[in-house]
Write a protein that binds this ligand. Structure first.
Ligand code: FMN
Length: 201
């Protein structure tokens, strides 16, 4: 129970995990003909077997993509390019997928895509992509860890991986302030799902 942690504990926790996951990824999915996607820092490998790779992502229960991945069982993880000619496009992908929920309307049709082997949309302006079919999931009340077998992958564009530092700088203070403000609702929803006091209680 987090209430027993001191302010120093929380500070040390923040400095321990800070920077451990430096690369934002765009995750897309599809279910019942509805495609969607979001941005997450939670993407990573989930197997040590080189010829049979697996992926893991942690998706907040509050988010629309969570329900589509849970129900459709597929996702595609994309890295974004930091090449000078693509960085603004990469930032636009983050603004489009990470700035509002697909529950309020389609976010995918404004992006350049083609369907992957999973049927989920591959973002053609991303740097690289990996497609996965979910084999297990772990429901943690506030989020679900989805683990998938890799069923396809490709390189799409030039450049290195856009990291979160460059992304926050490029997105600008106005966008990041609005994001932090909107994010409060999902943090509160997560508190409620774990039986913790919310900012309104
Ligand atoms: C840098 C960054 C990291 C994020 N990390 C996560 C994450 O780990 N898990 C998650 O579910 N959402 C994460 N989000 C938030 C979602 O991308 C955002 O809430 C999105 O609008 C959800 O869209 P959806 O409701 O259409 O799925 C992150 C957003 C940004 C910009």
């Amino acid at each position: 129970m987090t209430a027993e942690l001191t302010a120093d504990d929380l500070k040390a926790y923040a400095s321990t995990i800070g920077g451990l996951r430096p690369v934002p990824v765009a995750v897309t999915t599809v279910h019942g003909g509805r495609a969607n996607g979001l941005i997450t820092l939670s993407g990573g490998p989930a197997s040590i077997i080189p010829e049979a790779p697996r992926l893991v992502v942690s998706i907040t229960t509050y988010n629309f993509s969570h329900d589509l991945i849970r129900d459709g069982g597929v996702f595609i993880l994309h890295t974004l390019s930091n090449a000078a000619e693509l960085i603004e496009t990469s930032l636009e992908i983050i603004r489009t997928l990470g700035g509002r929920t697909g529950r309020d309307g389609d976010k995918i049709s404004g992006l350049r895509t083609r369907p992957g082997v999973t049927g989920a949309p591959i973002l053609l302006d991303a740097l690289t992509y990996v497609e996965a079919r979910v084999i297990r999931s772990l429901d943690n009340e506030e989020n679900t860890f989805f683990v998938g077998d890799v069923v396809g992958a490709g390189r799409l564009n030039a450049g290195g991986k856009l990291d979160i530092g460059a992304a926050w700088t490029g997105l600008g203070k106005e966008w990041t302030d609005a994001y932090e403000h909107d994010h409060e609702a999902q943090i509160d929803d997560s508190r409620a799902r774990r039986g913790l006091p919310t900012s309104h209680s």
